[in-house]
Design a protein around this ligand. Structure first.
Ligand code: NAD
Length: 432
């Protein structure tokens, strides 16, 4: 099939590369000229495991093309929209990129066309898109369907190629046939296609992220009870997770959720509730528990030192999650911004997100980036672990002897508390 993917960010590039890999001719379109220029030279704009190989292979095979021209990129009749929908600040998703896509499509569509929206958009948006396009394009019919994306950064390629489900919100049989054919290679082991109304598809995406965010906040609330009672959240997690009605995943207490999706999607659903006149109870709590988590952890750090102003801290992990260089809404950066004015210096280390992180905090004068995690520890007064990269999971305790104060604040509960304590390391986790 010949398809055009509009918006070549995390979702668009993964979508384009994976669909090219299954034999389609894909044009990835974006208005960011520098990004597309770099992609045409084989330079991938962000880190995502195994994406580079997939992009290069399909680009070389001519199955994957990059373009900044709607006239050139829209010669197909199947479009997948993957532009960003960030939070405007009040919970409302900013649909300005999407609106500019629609304006461009009005002038570029030259035959009956099928549009699938992967961008996460509020309820009613696909209907609005359909109305706008069909009112403004006279000679051709345009069918707009919702196809929310559930990939996770850090495992985006494998998530796309092995999805749990493929949701299609559409009333149009031909649109359903097209998307089924397109995604059939990823739906072989069992039928993963789920057809539903457009509104249900739109809500499924928000509900999914909000439910997962709620699980995290629930565990963080339990962790607070643990801290005051001597219960251990790691044991409680095992205790409740073995119940299949609860499930084992996403039950980790820690510094809370960040990233480009959970915070904005929870906010957007709260905004939707308010717009509908529904009191947003549970989701407001999910959000507030998440927001206080970093302050609660910071308080724990502050309380362990009589004077902070001459102290040097080390942060391991800057990306919002492991296996990604994405620092959007990263909890590590939130913590650094709050800690920086209180201390002498902060040395930071991340396996790949250092450069992106520094762009966000370059106004803070007492931050120093290190390329080696142990070098960042020399003479440090405390290590704070913010992201659960695998390389942090099992350090040899003797490696911490280079610190001035062997104190670790483990914001992701990844280290073995007893092992650390046996090596005379002061260890503080969350709820443990
Ligand atoms: P992104 O910011 O990485 O990429 C968006 C791209 O769209 C950018 O390259 C930008 O230049 C381009 N763009 C903006 N306006 C354009 C226009 N008029 N024409 C063509 N291109 C244009 O965003 P992302 O993280 O890939 O997210 C895209 C959407 O997918 C969002 O709605 C997001 O909520 C959703 N989503 C994201 C993830 C994720 O993990 N990142 C997962 C599932 C769903």
């Amino acid at each position: 099939m010949n398809i055009t993917v509009i918006g070549t960010g995390y979702v668009g590039l993964v979508t384009g590369a994976c669909l090219a890999e299954t034999g389609n001719n894909v044009t990835c379109l974006d208005i960011d000229k520098e990004r597309m220029n770099q992609l045409s030279k084989g330079n991938i704009p962000f880190y995502e495991p195994s994406l580079r190989e997939l992009v290069l292979k399909n680009f070389q095979d001519n199955k994957l093309k990059f373009s900044t021209s709607y006239a050139e990129g829209c010669k197909n009749s199947v479009f997948i929209i993957c532009v960003g929908t960030p939070d405007k600040g009040d919970g409302t998703p900013d649909l300005s990129s999407l609106r500019s896509v629609l304006d461009s499509l009005v002038n570029s569509i030259k035959e009956d066309s099928y549009i699938f929206t992967k961008s996460t958009v509020p309820l009613g948006t696909n209907e609005m898109m359909s109305k706008f396009l069909n009112e403004n394009i006279e000679d051709y019919k345009v069918v707009v369907s919702s196809n929310p994306e559930f990939l996770k950064e850090g495992s985006a390629v494998s998530d796309f190629q092995r999805p749990d489900r493929i949701i299609v919100g559409s009333e149009d049989d031909e649109a359903k046939e097209i998307i089924t054919e397109l995604f059939q290679p990823f739906s072989r082991s069992k039928n993963k296609m789920q057809y539903m109304s457009v509104a249900s598809a739109e809500l499924s995406k928000y509900a999914s992220n909000s439910f997962l965010a709620t699980k995290i906040s629930f565990m963080n609330e339990m962790a607070l009870i643990c801290e005051k009672t001597g219960a251990d959240i790691n044991e409680v997690r095992l205790g409740i997770g073995s119940d299949p009605r609860i499930g084992e995943s996403f039950l980790y207490a820690g510094l809370g959720y960040g990233g480009s999706c959970f915070p904005k999607d929870v906010n957007a659903l709260i905004k939707t509730q308010k717009d509908l006149g529904i009191e947003p109870g549970l989701l407001e709590r999910t959000k507030s528990v998440n927001e206080r988590q970093v302050d609660f952890f910071l308080e724990k750090i502050i309380s362990k030192y009589s004077n902070l102003s001459d102290k040097h801290f080390t942060i391991w992990g800057l990306s919002f999650k492991p296996n990604s260089d994405d620092v959007r809404e990263s909890i590590a950066l939130k913590l650094i911004k709050k800690l920086s004015p209180l201390v002498e210096s902060i040395r930071v280390y991340d396996p790949i997100a250092g450069e992106n992180a520094l762009k966000e905090i370059n106004n803070l004068k007492n931050i120093k980036n290190f390329n080696d995690k142990y070098e960042a520890l020399i003479d440090s007064d405390g290590l704070i672990i913010c992201t659960e990269w695998k390389e942090f999971w099992d350090p040899n305790p003797s490696e911490f002897n280079i610190m001035k104060n062997k104190t670790i604040f483990d914001g992701r509960n990844i280290l073995n508390k007893l092992r650390m304590q046996k090596s005379e390391i002061e260890y503080y986790g969350i709820g443990t």
